[in-house]
Structure formats: structure tokens, C-alpha cells
Design a protein around this ligand. Sequence first.
Ligand SMILES: Cc1cc2nc3c(=O)[nH]c(=O)nc-3n(C[C@H](O)[C@H](O)[C@H](O)COP(=O)(O)O)c2cc1C
Ligand code: SF4
Length: 441
Amino acid sequence: MTSPTILFAGIDEPGLHKLDVYRRRGGYEAMRKVLTSMTPAEVTDELMASGLRGRGGAGFPSGKKISFIPKADVDKYLVCNADESEPGTFKDRELMQKCPHMLIEGMVIAAYAAGANRSFIYIRGEYAEQADIIDAALVEAEQAGLLGDDILGSGFGLSLVLHRGAGAYICGEETGLLDSLEGKRGNPRLKPPFPANQGLYQGPTVINNVETLMTMPHIIQMGGAEYAKIGVENSSGTKLVSVSGNVQRPGNYEIELGMPSREIIYDLAGGPPEGREVKFWFPGGSSSPVLTKDDLDIPYDFDSLAKAKSMLGSGAIIVVDDSVPVVSVALKLAKFYKHESCGKCTPCREGTRWTVSMLERVDQGLATPMDLDIMASVQEQIIGNCLCVLGDAMAMPIGSMVAKFRDEFEAHIEAARGRNEWAGEGPADADPVLIQGATGA
Ligand SMILES: Cc1cc2nc3c(=O)[nH]c(=O)nc-3n(C[C@H](O)[C@H](O)[C@H](O)COP(=O)(O)O)c2cc1C
Ligand code: SF4
């Protein structure tokens, strides 16, 4: 299946990050069309007709999100989520690095539709190089009258500020991001109220991912109905997929939604190294429940992956081959989420800590098969019981690994226990307090 190329069309053209090259390729024409011949409601209608769903993780319909913004005459905001902190995800980085003006154009279009005159790009601190590229593009756009007051003489004005984060995963969660942008510690807020009603500085706010915003100029140029013809029902358009892990050609690929996952992993990314086979894979970043080699023919789209009890998430496929122990992946993942938990709510703060402790016991041969049941039950108790979904983001993949590779977890414990006994150590070394705490005794 060959996919149409939309976001990546001409992406490697030298100098595309510069305004003159971008304009020569038709850049800012969608914005001109919007500002000179469309009403905000017409822009929102086109986005709705396109069926575009957010590319940041939750897959919420983008036109609908803008339609939720109240019409009242108050300060409204548009925020671009460029935190790209989900492990395995690196598509926004390439987009911003190679074509920053496409992001600025998409933001003007979205801001116009939402009636927002102030906007921000929140970029992760580690993306220093990309931030510098965006900064330079902002200067060019302002000097050319493509940002600021009265853009292209349309009467519409937009300020755009680039804000660099300091490297916290939780600042990718939209309300944690808003707090961080306001200068506070980046802790998620209780929802409702949702950002559309009370977001940045308590004002109505649209928050969108980089890829989502960069798709908007193309939708305007093609027309929403035409864009909706690409992809499959409920998953229209193309998607940038970051493929990493045990594949021969890791990288970002633009695919038409609905493409068989096997084609992405094998035909595009080259599959696992010679002599190896896929053991399991994360379809939508490290937060997604893992799928196995039996699931490779699942179409890569929102509904099909949800039906398989996983998710498309940020569109990052991480492939793990049969040379890698599942326990090591689970432990690495749990340590990441434990480190990144903001600590605001108990199931996540304590659950991530317990999970790391239990996985370390598994890894060291100090656990028993019953501990695996406890660990699975801890994951169940986290899911749906946290303030934001960071807790779920650990519990879902860990729970899926324990469920799908239970035999390997048990064999891992046995093998490590054997090594301990041979070395003169054993389960007697296990920390009894840990066991009591885990069982609630
Ligand atoms: C823990 C956590 C981390 C997140 N990190 C990101 C991120 O780095 N980038 C992003 O676009 N969305 C991230 N999201 C999703 C955002 O909360 C939000 O749904 C998204 O920015 C909305 O944009 P979209 O509708 O265009 O997808 C994260 C969510 C959670 C719960
Ligand atoms: S789920 Fe975790 S990251 Fe989210 S608010 Fe609770 S403690 Fe913080």
C-alpha cells in the first residue's frame, strides 16, 4: 500500500526552514485564503469535515475542540504542545526542524478559527536546536507581516511566543503544560473545567499537538471533504509514525491511516535484524499496551488498535525482538514513569514506586509467582484512578506485558533464583516489609 505524502512532501528540500523557500513551495497560501476569504466558523467547519483527530495522543477531533471555545468577548489562547516527551516519539522534532513555517501557518489558522489573539509554542527543553530554528522563523514571519497585528491587512492579529520547557514528561500533559507555562510547577489540573473553558490564565484555550496544527494548512488547501477521503473511517488522513527499537531502518514515516502494521514495521522500517523476529511492539508510544507478533496484520488506525485493546497514542511504534527479555523492558519503563510521576495523586505516586520495587524483585529472583498476581492487581488499581493518565500510561503496558508474557516472567524469576542459590543467596534475602506492604498486610 503506497501512502499519499502530505506533511512530508518535499520535507528534505534544502533551506525549507527559511521563509523564501517555504513560500516558493506555496507556503502561507492556506493562511492567506483563511484570513482573506473565510469566516472562523467556515474554517472550523472544514476542520470538522476533514475528520482530523489530534495527533498528540488522545485522538480528539480537532474541529470539535475548536468549536468548544466560547464565543464570548474574552482573551482566548492557542497553545501548541511541542513537548514531545512520550518515549519513542520523535516526529514533531523532524517537522519543526525542517519546516517551522508550516507550524506557524497552522497556528495562525487555528487561532483565527478559535478567535485567539495570543499563542504559545511550548517546546521541550531538550529540543534546543529546534527551538533556535523556530525562533529564527518567528523573526522572519514577524518581519514579513505574517504574525503580529493585522496580518496581511486582514484585521486579525496574533502574537506567538516560544516557551522552552525544562525537561519533564508531565509537562506534555495539557494542563501540566499550562501550569508550567504560567510559571508554576507543572502539575496536572483536575478536569473539568477543560482548557476550552478555563485554560491558560483561566481563559478559553485550544491546545494542539505540532503535527495536528501542521496538518491544518493542508486541509484548508485540499478541502476538508477531500482530506477525509484519505485513510479509513474514523481515522482520516495520513499520520507520521516514529518507528524505533529493534528495526533495521528506524525513522519517521508518513503513512495513510489504516495501513497494515506489518507493512510499517517490515516494509518501511526493515523489520528486526537478520535472524530475529518481532516478540512484541508498542503501537502508540511507551504508554500503549503491547501487541505481539500475532497482531502484526492489524490496520494502523485509531479504531483497529483500540479494538485490539491497545491504542494509536502518539503514533510511535517501538519494536522489541526475541533477543530482549520482557522483564528488562518492563523494569526500564516502570523506572521512567516512577521518575516522571509528579506525585500529586496516590495511585500513581505509590503505584509506580511499588511496580519498580516488584519488578526489581522479579529481576533478582526474589519474587514468587504470587507477586506477579499482586503486580497485575496493582496495575488494575492504578488504571482509571489517577488525576491524569500518567499512572495509566505505566499500568497499561506493564499489565499487558505481565498478562501476555507470564511464562517468561516466571521463568525469569526461576533462572535468577537459581543463580542466587548457586551464589549462596536466596529468596530468604527478600525484604519481608516489601511483601507485607504489597499485599496490604
Ligand atoms: C502524561 C502525558 C504526557 C503527554 N505528552 C504529550 C506530548 O509530549 N505532546 C503532545 O502533543 N501531547 C501530549 N499529551 C497529550 C496532551 O495532554 C493533549 O491531549 C494534546 O496536546 C492535545 O493535542 P491534540 O488534540 O492535537 O492531540 C500527553 C498526555 C499525557 C497524559
Ligand atoms: S497521575 Fe501521576 S503524574 Fe498524573 S497527576 Fe497523578 S501523580 Fe501526577
